[in-house]
Design a protein around this ligand. Structure first.
Ligand code: BLA
Length: 292
């Protein structure tokens, strides 16, 4: 794959423009702050955008472009806690030889436990998920803990370099994003304070997970250094992790506690599992060689 001829900017452009057809985006302060983040090597270009909107707490996008090594897209949208909307999540990592892809409407609540939540948001989307799951076969064993944050329509896949696959990926991104925007349009503001607090905590748990265990972190660290990468993770990519709740990583994920009280630095304490897609066509969780 000729990385110089390929860019994820087209994906971002589509998503931002499409969002503007549905709602009014207002730039966030973090956009100004991180707009000009530079890589230490002077050849990798980082592009950061962040907005809010009446129903959206945080829409942010980071692309990393180095035509000699990699193209990265990290695009996510979080609703305000008055909505229990899924989190739009696109993470694409592409080198000259390989792409690693996660595309999902990440559920705010674990769908293996909350059947009502699954019915509410994913039942109608199963045909869409099935269509793309055929094009993008399951990527194999994955950090088991991640599964709680994935939905029955998640696309988790890897493929070797091919323009064809990237055109398909663009279609998947477009269709998933349109589906997500529909959900936003239909979302009705929650008035019940205890529900709103639950949504807030669920989003905070998600932010806490990703800001601690995101697989992209080592690369970010290498590119911009430890302190700036921490800043990016906490105040841009997963903004809200320090402000939306008081619980710590170990409060949410006590299984990661080491004997000395520190956080286990491994991404997974259970180990990787789920050799095959663990959901059936109806969105029922069927395991697929997982731990439970
Ligand atoms: C790998 N990224 C992965 C993997 C997953 C994800 C599941 C496979 C390895 C694993 O099982 O952990 C993505 N995991 C997610 C997402 C969630 C999750 C989206 O739990 C959400 C809940 N990826 C990026 C960025 C970079 C990146 C910004 O998003 C680089 C700057 C790189 N991801 C990247 C690399 C790998 C990877 C290099 C393979 C290396 C590895 O497995 O550690």
């Amino acid at each position: 794959m000729d990385l110089a001829a390929f860019s994820y900017q087209k994906f971002v452009q589509f998503a931002v423009e499409r969002t503007q057809r549905h709602t009014t985006l207002t730039p966030l302060p973090s956009q100004e702050k991180f707009k000009f983040v530079k890589a230490k090597d002077d050849k990798t270009i980082l592009n950061a955008l962040s907005f809010c909107a009446p129903k959206i707490r945080l829409l942010r996008s980071l692309t990393i472009e180095d035509s000699s090594a990699m193209q990265v897209l990290d695009y996510a949208v979080f609703s305000k806690p008055e909505y229990d909307l899924p989190i739009f999540c696109a993470n694409f990592f592409t080198t000259a030889t390989r792409s690693i892809v996660v595309l999902d409407l990440n559920p705010l609540y674990d769908v293996t436990i909350r059947r009502d939540y699954r019915e509410k948001y994913y039942k109608k989307l199963m045909p869409l998920g099935q269509k793309y799951a055929k094009l993008f076969p399951w990527g194999g064993k994955v950090t088991s803990e991640s599964m709680k944050f994935f939905s029955p329509i998640v696309l988790w896949t890897t493929f070797t370099s091919s323009q064809y696959k990237h055109d398909e990926l663009y279609s998947a991104f477009v269709d998933y994003y349109k589906a997500w925007l529909e959900l936003v349009d239909q979302a009705v503001e929650e008035k019940d304070t205890s529900q709103i607090l639950q949504n807030l905590e669920a989003q905070h748990k998600y932010l806490t997970w990703r800001s601690e265990k995101d697989p992209g972190y080592p690369i970010l660290k290498k590119l911009v250094g430890e302190s700036l990468s921490k800043d990016l993770v906490r105040h841009f990519l997963f903004e809200g992790v320090n402000t939306l709740g008081a619980k710590t990583f170990l409060d949410y994920f006590p299984e990661y506690r080491c004997e000395d009280g520190a956080i286990n630095h491994k991404r997974s304490v259970i180990g990787k599992s789920y050799e095959t897609r663990p959901w059936d066509a109806e969105g029922d969780f069927i395991g697929g060689g997982g731990p439970g």
